[in-house]
Ligand binder design. Structure first.
Ligand SMILES: [Zn+2]
Ligand SMILES: [Zn+2]
Length: 149
């Protein structure tokens, strides 16, 4: 089974989210809620590309949580493609199964980056997304550049 290529933004080097269906003219957009100062420039990620932590976006990912594609439960138009990158701190929480603590961490990082708290809707959105991810996980967390398998 071949995986679709991971698409990233050439300008900010972040993973993109697919809106709609690719074959039907779906579009890649920036994920998350961070303010952007540029238009998205979708390019195919080079082999072995990891990028920022897909959970907290505070650090570069040093782990990958392998996962199949899944629909964002909050927005059926959006698809998550492939595995999620995780930084050291997030990877530790995932490995221990501390998904609630992971959410606390992500909310904490959000507050630092935005200067304001996530509202309840955003927290619930993330929780739903993480739950959908957990169901789509199809392998153990692995360190990037570690045992290639
Ligand atoms: Zn960008
Ligand atoms: Zn992280």
């Amino acid at each position: 089974m071949s995986r679709p290529p991971i698409m990233i933004c050439e300008t900010c080097q972040e993973a993109l989210t697919l809106v709609g269906i690719e074959e039907e003219g779906g579009q890649y957009v920036h994920g998350g809620s961070k303010p952007r100062d540029h238009e998205v420039v979708p390019v195919q990620a080079p082999p072995g590309w990891v990028g920022q932590c897909d959970f907290c976006a505070a650090d570069m990912g040093t782990f990958v949580l392998p996962a199949g594609d899944f629909q964002d439960p909050n927005n059926p138009n959006r698809w998550s493609r492939g595995g999620w990158a995780a930084c050291e701190a997030c990877a530790r929480l995932i490995e221990a199964g501390h998904w609630a603590l992971l959410l606390v961490r992500v909310a904490e990082v959000f507050k630092q980056q935005h200067g304001q708290r996530m509202d309840l809707g955003q927290v619930l959105h993330l929780w739903g997304l993480h739950q959908a991810l957990r169901e789509a996980v199809d392998g153990p967390l692995r360190r990037v550049g570690g045992d290639d398998q």
